[in-house]
Design a protein around this ligand. Structure first.
Ligand SMILES: [Zn+2]
Length: 171
């Protein structure tokens, strides 16, 4: 997760293909995500905690699929509905001094699904700078933070691979 943008978590989730195949992998992904964006995971005291089992991993997989479908140009209505269902797994409140945004999950799995759904919904609502990597062999999304919105590849290696054949032709 090297994107310092506010949407880093949502982008990482969109790109986390295969990260939720089993509960151990899902728990590991979640721990790393929390570390990278601690401000997004302030839960109210007493809010339920997640237990990583096959059920939660399956719910994360489904939400991941819905997030990718919702990010596509022709997003199906069902994807938005699935994300909306994730949003209903918790609620937000302003609390503390200084004030911060805290969430309360409706149940253990909600402690994972709610913040993920919220970050993806925020990303999709912010819209315009979400891009798909131009490399044919890459399915990654990224946030284009360049001034003129001209970034085309998710990472340097994708750009280099795309440009290498052209450079050889010029020689
Ligand atoms: Zn790429």
């Amino acid at each position: 997760m090297d994107e310092a943008a506010p949407h880093a978590l949502a982008i990482a989730f969109l790109n986390a293909e295969g990260a939720f195949d089993d509960p151990v992998a899902a728990a590991r992904w979640w721990a790393a995500a929390r570390e990278s964006a601690p401000h997004l995971f302030l839960s109210e005291p007493g809010s339920p905690k997640p237990r990583f089992d096959a059920g939660l991993a399956a719910e994360m997989r489904a939400l991941h699929g819905a997030a990718r479908a919702a990010a596509a140009a022709d997003a199906p209505q069902s994807a938005a509905a699935a994300l909306g269902a994730g949003l209903s797994r918790g609620s937000l409140r302003l609390a503390g001094t200084p004030l911060s945004l805290m969430f309360s999950a409706s149940d253990g799995p909600g402690a994972v699904l709610f913040p993920l759904a919220l970050s993806v919904a925020t990303l999709l609502a912010a819209g315009k700078r979400l891009r798909r990597c131009a490399a044919q062999t890459c399915a990654a999304y990224f946030w284009d933070a360049t001034k003129n919105g001209s970034r085309r590849w998710c990472r340097l290696s994708c750009m280099e691979r795309a440009r290498a054949p052209r450079r050889r032709l010029q020689r």
